[in-house]
Design a protein. Structure first.
Lengths: 289, 355
């Protein structure tokens, strides 16, 4: 019995890890690659969730399909946010303090606006696969976890291919290392960063839809994800997408086991504890040198 | 002489406000004033690390709540003396507990100071952004610990029944107000002393260029640890009387994002480079929020703070104080403005035994 519980906890953790990977990948791009500490990312994710929720409630469209449709809008939002960030902070020279405060303010404003519009009730979506669970022996695979997990891994795979195979993708990887060299390759670093930041916010749309498929949520849920996201990002070695997936799965498993055996009220501390320990003892991450 | 005048002036202003509020005779004025004063302490404390050293702390709520919950724990200890201690000790403990608020403030300060030192020690060797994220993490870890700690009420929260009256002053809220008034004068004086001391110049070199400061022999890690400890301790001190003020404390209100946002927004809006900034910001935002809470709603006042924060960081990076300084400087010449190099020189010259 104990063994079956453990296996189920590990599988639930792996599925949860899939979601965490989708939630984190945006930060891996903005914080890991571009060195922009976008702590407002979870707020954009919750925004994505609420858009999926509204469309689902009014038109009955599948939340994940909605997310794919609004991807360009999120990309544009990201490009605009980067442009503001660039004009007010990067161009004036290095002042990370104000940049951080800017994103913190964005996080806060988004959350309070959502609270003002929707209140603090938990919201959920409807889709045919949400109440369906696959059984293999004693192993349970709820579709509402499995589908986001598979799609999220697919998204990361596509992003990884994009970053490693295309010219723009490689330019994104290069932009944080050497802007001058990038300019010599006839690429505009500001434009490359804008594209990359746009992509990172675009992933928030999908991650938001996955999130609301998996669990009902209210505006301040995003805050719980700040620590998780950065824990995974740091643990995964900041700019490596495979590292992000491994770290996300690891955190998912540890959290799921903690929740199963010690009670869910301890689960939030796991991510943050892991983050503090990683920062203290292995700041380069699991795959770092 | 200037310092003496400064202390005299701040005590006079505080006393004048206290007497005015007593003369009006409305207890609400004390309740609202307490909140504003509390924000002055929080903003000043945040600024010692954030403004002087340039390290952003998102976990103000954690330090604040650590102070508040250390008071709750001691209060519960006093209430349950007979159950917890053996009979021989119970008599002794009954004489010590319940502790008066000034002592609770000192204890809260020590608890939060130690937490600040620990967090700083774990993360300050890394880039600034990591410290910021770690402080966010700290808030959630502490909140989870408190939620799971039944002795202080867990997630249900804890009731603190405060005495109605206090000798000499009369109502208890006036006493709390006075305590907070003294605390805010202490906080501002601390910030002002640091600013003009060798420590402050060391902090400023870290803020301007940490790598160069390190290379010039400034002991950056030690200075940063001192800053986190002082800043954390002051936040804990602000939190310690809070349970007695609010009467009912539960984790999600003690760790509320409002504290974190306000203690960042107030110095940022006021100006981060001197002790005047947080004071101006806290007075302005604190009063706006009190008015907005009464007239509109508390969700809207948080929105105002958020929008002001974003607006000010983009448009006026030096805050209100910076705007005023620029205005004054537009008339006077630009001579005599401290540069990074001159600050480093002052830091080196103020070394004990340098002269």
């Amino acid at each position: 019995m104990q063994f079956e519980l453990l296996i189920n906890a590990i599988i639930a953790g792996l599925l949860l890890g899939g979601l965490y990977a989708a939630v984190t990948v945006g930060v891996s791009i903005s914080f890991g690659i571009l060195d922009i500490v976008n702590i407002a990312h979870p707020a954009f994710i919750i925004l994505g969730s609420y858009i999926a929720y509204i469309v689902n409630q009014t038109l009955g469209v599948d939340p994940i399909l909605t997310a794919i449709i609004v991807l360009p809008a999120f990309y544009a939002l990201g490009a605009v946010v980067y442009q503001v960030y660039y004009a007010s902070f990067e161009k004036r020279g290095q002042d990370p303090l104000r940049g951080l405060a800017f994103f913190f303010g964005l996080l806060f404003v988004t959350e309070v606006m959502l609270i003002l519009v929707f209140g603090v009730d938990y919201r959920y979506v409807q889709a045919p696969y949400i109440d369906y669970t696959l059984h293999f022996g004693f192993v349970d695979l709820p579709l509402r976890m499995l589908i986001p997990c598979v799609l999220s891994l697919l998204m990361l795979l596509l992003l990884q291919l994009y970053l490693s195979r295309t010219f723009t993708g490689r330019a994104i990887m290069a932009v944080s290392q050497d802007q001058l060299a990038l300019q010599l390759m006839a690429a505009d670093p500001i434009k490359i960063k804008r594209i990359a930041f746009g992509i990172s916010i675009a992933t928030a749309s999908l991650a938001g839809a996955f999130l609301i498929v998996i669990q009902p949520l209210e505006p301040s849920v995003g805050r719980e994800y700040i620590g998780r996201v950065f824990a995974i990002c740091v643990l995964g070695g900041l700019q490596s997408l495979p590292g992000t997936v491994i770290a996300a799965m690891l955190l998912g498993i540890v959290e799921s086991i903690t929740a199963t055996f010690y009670g869910p009220s301890w689960a939030p501390a796991v991510a943050f504890g892991m983050l503090l320990l990683t920062l203290a003892f292995r700041p380069a991450g699991l795959l770092g040198r | 002489m200037r310092s003496f005048l400064f202390y005299l002036f701040s005590i006079l202003v505080g006393a004048a406000f206290f007497l005015f509020a007593r003369w009006v005779g409305n207890d609400y004025l004390f309740f609202a004033g307490y909140t504003v004063l509390q924000f002055i302490v929080l903003a000043t404390a945040w600024n010692i690390l954030g403004g002087y050293c340039g390290y952003v702390n998102f976990g103000s709520a954690a330090f604040f709540a650590a102070g508040a919950y250390s008071s709750v724990a001691l209060h519960k200890l006093a209430a349950g003396i007979d159950k917890i201690f053996p009979e021989s000790l119970a008599g002794l403990m009954n004489m010590i507990l319940p502790l008066p608020i000034p002592i609770l403030i000192v204890i809260g300060g020590i608890v939060s100071g130690v937490i600040g030192l620990g967090t700083g020690y774990l993360t300050l060797r890394l880039r600034g952004a990591f410290f910021a994220i770690a402080t966010l993490a700290l808030a959630v870890v502490l909140q989870t610990l408190i939620v799971n700690w039944d002795f202080v009420g867990g997630s249900r929260g804890a009731y603190i029944i405060r005495p109605n009256d206090i000798p000499i002053l009369g109502s208890y809220i006036q006493y709390l107000f006075l305590v907070m008034l003294v605390l805010s004068v202490i906080a501002i004086a601390t910030a002002r002393i640091i600013e003009r001391s060798r420590l402050g110049y060391g902090f400023a070199t870290i803020r301007d260029d940490e790598l160069a400061a390190e290379a010039c022999g400034v002991p950056t890690l030690r200075l940063k640890l001192i800053a986190t400890t002082i800043s954390g301790a002051l936040m804990g001190m602000a939190g310690a009387p809070f349970p007695y003020y609010i009467g009912y404390l539960e984790p999600s209100s003690a760790f509320g994002l409002a504290y974190a946002v306000n203690s960042i927004a107030m110095p940022m809006i006021g100006g981060t480079t001197s002790w005047v900034g947080p004071l101006v910001g806290a007075l302005l935002l604190g009063i706006i929020q009190q008015v907005a809470t009464v007239t509109i709603s508390s969700a809207v006042n948080l929105l105002i703070v958020g929008l002001l924060l974003v607006g000010f960081v983009i448009v006026a990076p030096k805050g209100i104080v910076g705007l005023v300084q620029d205005f004054m400087r537009a008339r006077a010449s630009d001579q005599g403005r401290p540069t990074w190099r001159s600050r480093l020189a002052i830091f080196a010259n103020m070394r004990p035994g340098a002269r």
